[in-house]
Design a protein around this ligand. Sequence first.
Ligand SMILES: Cc1ncc(COP(=O)(O)O)c(C=O)c1O
Length: 378
Amino acid sequence: MRQVKPFYFDITDDEIVYFQQESAKILRSATLILGEYTTKFEQAFAEYIGVKHAISCNSGSTALEFLLRIKKIEGTAVLVPTNTNFATVAAIIRAGGEARYLDMDKKTFAPTLAMVQEAIKRHQAKSKTPVSGVLWVHIGGVVSPEFLEVVRYCRKHGLFVMEDAAHAHGSQIKGVKSGNLADAAAFSFFPTKVMTTCEGGIITTNNDEEEYLARSFRNQGKRGVNFGGLHHDFGNSSRITEPGALLGLIQLKKLPQMLARRQRGYEIITKALDKAGLSYVSTAHMDAASQYKLIVHVPEGRHTDDLKKKLSGDGVLCGGGVYDLPCHKQPVFEGVCSGESYPGADRWCPNHLCPPLTSGMTEDDARYVGETLVKHLV
Ligand SMILES: Cc1ncc(COP(=O)(O)O)c(C=O)c1O
């Protein structure tokens, strides 16, 4: 039976040979961190996004935490969608901030501007803790059409906006790529993301001071190039490895090609969904989308787990949802914003599924995924 899987590591035999040769050079050089591949990868990533600086580190989680610590959020409240990965909310708490959840909209799986305004009002009515900004998440790589309005609103009110761009490599709206749409951003290179360095993350910013501090934070708080033995910041050993950066360079070079294949898969699958009148989170308003996840709404009265089982029985294996359980329901965050409700997230998180969409899928696979979704969801 045909099987279409939700994950695919996109690497060719030639790339494996190149990786082996260059890794051998790295090992012989004995420069295993902070060497030429880290520099080249950071420069190439900054150029790709169109920002002044890119600072790599060991994970997307670390990138988020460092961004927030650089922004000195300690003792302030930061707005964050409840519909996100554990890491987004955890970064706020680790950086000493208070997480204040935002609900989400069915159409984008993200908050709206009205939800941001309402959350600020609600918070101010209850608490004296100042709101410092918003940590926004481009769920599935989808940049909400309202995101730029949120950025404008926050700038007007002296609030920062950071992008959690863990899903959004290559996503672009109104001529600007995610990673350069707000004050600063954090990307993840976790193995399931649209490009990977095994483990890894990167901060993008146009701010020189932020760049300087991010480099210090990821290197045990040692500032500058000739840092000697002085530790100025409460940093960590959070560098990317040289082989990781090498893999990142290989992946970045082919990112446009990988994204084009994902886009083709998205177009084929959604054509079938459109024809059948099934609903999903569209990226039609964007210049380009990472197509990290295709978010399909489960029709009223149907059960997500049951549908996933039926799809799996026909060889269409769904990936994890984004997200099946919102953060306000995660046991670890018990006590965060307690007593508040998020009806959008409660309704839509359990009622969506993410069919396979990878750069390794053929057009025929995508047609099969589309047909199988229609067969079981209609
Ligand atoms: C939205 C989001 N933010 C942050 C992270 C954390 O990235 P990492 O796994 O590289 O720490 C992830 C993912 O894994 C994510 O999906």
